[in-house]
Design a protein around this ligand. Structure first.
Ligand code: SAM
Length: 367
């Protein structure tokens, strides 16, 4: 598991080096100069429809310091929570992954760390990066690649950039060959920027996601993970959970009632003194709450459901419960029936008679 202790020093040296900052006084001035950017980010993320221009490199530096370590943890926890180590069946020494709306790619850092823990024979990651602002983010991805990845990954990393990829428009996905090769596909903290309050944007985004899942091969997994508290994210993920509850997919969700604690007490003192000073909108983030959905393609293994509450059905809020109840009536059979009869119910996860799952999740029923 990555430690914040090792993330921050590498991240800071990368940022200082990229900005030609040398010496304590320059570092102090630089960190202080990022305060308005952190305030701007915090303010914009509080809006229900998030729209941010990340092209200013100071905005990216602010994002990297204020959010990036926590988002690496979010990705890492999502991989664990959805038991990706049990789903992947990788004999080769290389893996292809695709990350959508990934900005500076905390997902890549987490995946590299996860692979080195669970699949030490993998020595090469080919990472496909899809983002509306890919060119803008190359600066931060470069910092991650040069300063962070070498600390946790001793293999090769190849990054393929797919520029100006707009998930708010219907995308021509069938021609993107790398998707069929991708074993892990991620969407993290971008749904709140793509699927806004307008139902149309949610529907287009959901359709794009569904098209991508359809292109994935057996034993690949898509992980969607986004911050709690955005109605549009809730609605979009609920839609996807319903639409993807098909025989060829196994859909799992995390427990949204728990905040995930990522802070391990090691934010460098200079960051706390000059940037995340504790004043309004400059408070360091100690916890991160998010919802995640895992979609495993064509399950032919037993998934172990974690005994703790790290990964279980969503703890529904009232708004979601309404959606869930309607959805449940429409598509989900009672859980007992689904355990007893897996062949006559087309919308169930595929469990053969020889498999004896501890629990068989179906939409909106608690694990
Ligand atoms: C908050 S950042 C999240 C970045 C990264 N996934 C993370 O967890 O740190 C949101 C990302 O969504 C991207 N984005 C916003 N609108 C988009 C769209 N319509 N299509 C594709 N990406 C989009 C932004 O460029 C940005 O990189």
């Amino acid at each position: 598991m990555i430690k914040l202790n090792s993330i921050y020093p590498s991240l800071l040296s990368g940022i200082f080096h990229a900005n030609n900052i040398h010496g304590e006084e320059s570092e102090k001035n630089f960190l202080q100069s990022l305060q308005p950017y952190v305030i701007q980010l915090r303010t914009k993320y509080q809006s229900s429809s998030v729209s941010i221009d990340y092209s200013d490199l100071k905005m990216q530096a602010a994002y990297l310091i204020a959010y990036y370590p926590g988002y690496i943890y979010q990705s890492h926890n999502t991989l664990n929570c959805h038991n990706v180590q049990d789903c992947l069946d990788i004999a080769s020494d290389s893996i292809t992954i695709s990350m959508f709306g990934c900005g500076p790619c905390p997902e890549l850092v987490a995946i590299a760390s996860f692979l080195s823990e669970h699949f030490p024979h993998i020595k090469k990651i080919t990472a496909n990066v899809f983002d509306i602002a890919v060119d803008t983010w190359k600066y931060s991805i470069g910092i991650a690649k040069e300063y962070l990845l070498p600390k946790i990954w001793d293999g090769e990393v190849i990054i393929n950039y797919h520029p100006s990829f707009d998930l708010r428009n219907p995308c021509e996905l069938s021609k993107i060959q790398c998707l069929a090769e991708s074993k892990i596909v991620t969407f993290q903290n971008c749904i709140n920027e793509i699927a806004t309050k307008e139902i149309k944007t949610q529907d287009i985004f959901a359709k794009n996601v569904e098209s991508i899942v359809n292109l994935l091969s057996v034993n690949s997994i898509m992980l969607l993970s986004d911050l709690s508290g955005y109605e549009s994210v809730d609605k979009t993920l609920s839609k996807l959970e319903i639409n993807l509850n098909q025989i060829k997919y196994k859909v799992t969700t995390n427990d949204r009632s728990e905040g995930y604690r990522f802070y391990d007490g090691s934010i460098p003192p200079k960051v706390l003194e000059y940037l995340l000073t504790g004043e309004d909108n400059l408070i360091e983030k100690r916890t991160i709450k998010y919802i995640s959905l895992g979609i495993l393609v064509n399950v032919n293994i037993n998934i172990h459901i974690k005994p703790d509450n790290e990964c279980k059905r969503l703890d529904l809020n009232p708004a979601r419960e309404r959606i869930a109840t309607t959805a449940q009536r429409r598509v989900a059979p009672p859980i007992k029936k689904s355990i007893q009869n897996t062949t006559s119910t087309p919308n169930l996860s595929p469990v053969t008679s020889t498999q004896k799952p501890k629990l068989l999740p179906s939409p909106f029923q608690p694990f």
